[in-house]
Design a protein around this ligand. Structure first.
Ligand code: DAH
Length: 334
């Protein structure tokens, strides 16, 4: 009997099936109720006691090997079948790749323009103290921006707050570097405002600061004109209107000719032909002195803009809330 088992073991080992039918034939021969292995188990009763152990073990090995071999060949044949069905000329499934957020696009574009002019990026913390957000920037003690209405204070501590503008990074840069300074600071800012189509309590700004000997208002104007043309097109015109910021003197707000109607007048520019895009000015000598820079030797200019606003103007987006909803149908368009 041992001989018979060993013969079947060898047969199992060498067996190969090219078709499912051949495999099924082998399975019936080996493992069916009336197959070789069942018959051997029936005959096993007649094996003399002293051989039972060896024969029993070998018989079990045969059974396991046969089962393994059949399972192995079954899987291989199924895979072959799948491959035979493959149509390699079919196009692949569309894969849903993520896209960059429109605010990131805009931020990167703005950064790229200024880095071409030699500006380097600097960043600062979102949780700031009064000195960096207000005092070092020449905000008077009673300035309304310091009010709870506008500023989120941490734990009602009037000294620790979420920064309301990226101008705070100017102060950090002046803390750590000596002129010449040429830097832009992108980042998130926070204001206690009701959320609407035009305002949000979280938004993004880019701040610019340039300090050196003999920096003039003409340098500011030329830099911003170049920037506006790069972002909104070569035809773009700029205009500067006098304004007020505590940290710049003189201060201005800059408009660009409406990028949608080319200055003729439309709904977006409210028929004025102009769009306001940023605040700017010459760094107030008080700010330079507060930050350890000699205002008799150095002058500088600064500017700050909202990334949301720039993106809305560039792409004609009417509702600021779209940027924060993360609706894929909106995001996919950029
Ligand atoms: N920090 C101002 C704001 O949040 C924007 C700004 C205006 C920044 C004029 C400047 C500047 O650097 O010179 O409204």
């Amino acid at each position: 009997m041992l001989e018979k088992i060993n013969a079947l073991l060898a047969e199992t080992e060498h067996f190969f099936a090219k078709t499912k039918d051949e495999l099924e034939e082998f399975r019936i021969k080996m493992l069916s109720k009336k197959g070789e292995i069942s018959n051997l188990f029936v005959e096993f009763k007649n094996v003399p006691n002293e051989l039972k152990k060896e024969v029993g073990q070998t018989l079990n090995v045969l059974k396991n090997k046969a089962q393994e071999k059949i399972e192995h060949l079954r899987i291989a044949l199924e895979n072959d079948e799948v491959q035979a069905d493959l149509d390699l000329s079919l196009t692949s499934y569309p894969s849903n790749l993520g896209t960059r957020h429109p605010l990131s696009h805009m931020r990167n574009e703005i950064i790229e323009v200024f880095t071409r002019l030699g500006f380097v990026i600097s960043e600062g913390p979102e949780i700031e103290d009064d000195w960096h957000v207000f005092s070092a920037l020449n905000f008077p003690a009673e300035h309304p921006a310091r009010d709870m209405q506008d500023t989120f204070f941490i734990e009602k501590n009037p000294d620790i707050m979420l920064r309301t503008h990226t101008s705070s990074v100017q102060v950090r840069v002046m803390d750590n570097q000596k002129p010449p300074i040429r830097t832009i600071s992108p980042g998130r800012v926070f204001r206690n405002e009701a959320i609407s189509a035009r305002a949000h309590c979280i938004f993004h700004q880019i701040e610019g600061l340039y300090i050196d000997k003999d920096v003039s208002f003409a340098d500011l104007k030329q830099t911003l004109l170049y920037f506006a043309k790069e972002i909104f097109g070569a035809e773009t015109k700029i205009r500067l209107r006098p304004s007020y910021f505590p940290f710049t003197e003189p201060s201005a707000e800059m408009d660009i000719s409406c990028s949608l109607c080319g200055g003729k007048g439309c709904n977006v520019c409210k028929h004025t032909g102009w769009l306001e895009i940023l605040g700017c000015g010459m760094v107030d000598p008080n700010v330079l002195e507060s930050n350890g820079i000699d205002s008799k030797v150095y002058t500088g200019f600064a500017f700050g803009m909202g990334i949301e606003r720039m993106t809305m103007l560039k792409y004609g987006i009417k509702d600021l809330r779209r940027f924060f909803e993360n609706d894929v149908r909106f995001l996919k368009q950029f």
